[in-house]
Design a binder for this molecule. Sequence first.
Ligand code: EPS
Length: 378
Amino acid sequence: MKYTSSGHSHGQQITIILEGIPSNLLIDIEDINEALRKRQLGYGRGNRMKIEKDKIEIVSGVLFGKTTGAPLAIVVKNKDYDNHKNYMAPFSYDDSNYQKIQVPRPGHADLVGAIKYNHDDMRLVFERASARETVSRVVVGAISKQILYQLGITAASFVREIGNVSIEDERDMDFFEKSDVMMPSKRATQEAIALIDEAKSRKDTLGGICQVEVYDVPCGIGSYVSHETKLDAKIAAALLSIQSCKGVEFGDGFSLSHHFGSEVHDEIIYEDGFKRKSNHYGGFEGGMTNGMPIVVKAVFKPIPTLMQPLSSVHIKTKEKALSHIERSDVCILPSASIIAMYTVIYEITNAIIKQFTSDTIHQLIEAFQSYRTYVKRF
Ligand code: EPS
C-alpha cells in the first residue's frame, strides 16, 4: 500500500489517496469514524476539538460497500474552515484584516519551514506542518485494521506518561475505559489531570509517552535481508514522522543498555510452536517479528504553541520579539496514543500485503493463514 494526503489545518478538507488495498474488502465506515472520534478525545485538548466532528467520505475506490482494487480517494472536511475561509481559500487575496505571522515559535516548524520554502508568512508553513494531518494516519490505519482483523491480529494503545506522571507497572484495563487521559491507572489519571490543569494555568504545555501493543502477529513478518525490509525500522520511521514525536523504543528499549546480555535475550522454548520466556525485545529480532506481542513506545515533546510567548526574532525586521500566540492544545498524549496505534497498524498491514502479494482480500487471508499453519508446524 501507499498513501498520500493533502490539506491544510484550516483549509477545506484533508484529502487522502490510498493505493494497493486488495479488492473485496468490506468497508465499515462507522468503525473508521469511531477511530477518528477517539483521535479527538483526551483531557488537555483545545477548543478546536469542540468545532471539528471528523467523519470520512469515501469518494472512489469503493463500490457496493467493497474495495474494487483501485485507489481510494477519501475526504475529511474541516468544519473550522468556515471561520477561516477569508484567507484560507486557495485564491483569496482580499482580506484586509489578515495579518501575516512573522515571529516563529521555538520548537515549531515555523522558522525552518519559512526559510526552506521562502515564505514571509509562517501560516504557509504551519497550515501543513499542523497535526491536523494525523487525520490521514488514522484513516489509513483504521482501514488497515479491518484487514488485520480478518487475519486474527489485534492492537491496543495507552498513555504511559504525561509530564513526570507515570503509570509505572499499573495496567488497570477496566479503569482505562474511564480514563480521560487514556491511562490504565486511576492514580496516574488523577495526577495527570491535575498536572494538565497546572500547565494550562501556567500557560504551558506537556509531553509524554504512549505505548502500542499488537497481538497474534506470527513470526517472520518483515525481513533481515536488507535495510528496506526491516519492519521495526519502518514502524520507528512512521512513528517519528508523527508531529512532536521525538523518540521510539521497542520492548525494554533504552534501558536494555543497563543489563548484561544474559539478562535480556528472550530465551527460546517449544510449547505448541516456538515461543519465548520473556519479551524484552518487544516482538522483534533481526527486523522481523518473532511471534511475541509487538510492544513499542513513542515519546512526544510538549507541543510548541504556548500561551506565554517565548523569545524569538521577527523574520523581516530581525528584531527580538515574542513568538506569536495561537489557540492550541495543552497536552495531546491521549490523541497521540491513538494516532501511534493506527500508524503501527498501517505499517504491519503494509508489510503483510507486501509479503503475501494478493489482489483480493480472500487470497490474502488464505496465503496468510497457510503461512500461520506452516510457522506453527515448523
Ligand atoms: C494544531 C493546533 C490546534 C490543534 C490541531 C493541531 O489547532 P488550532 O490551531 O486550530 O487550534 O487542535 O489539531 C487538530 C486540528 C486536529 O484535528 O488534531 C497544530 O498546530 O498542530
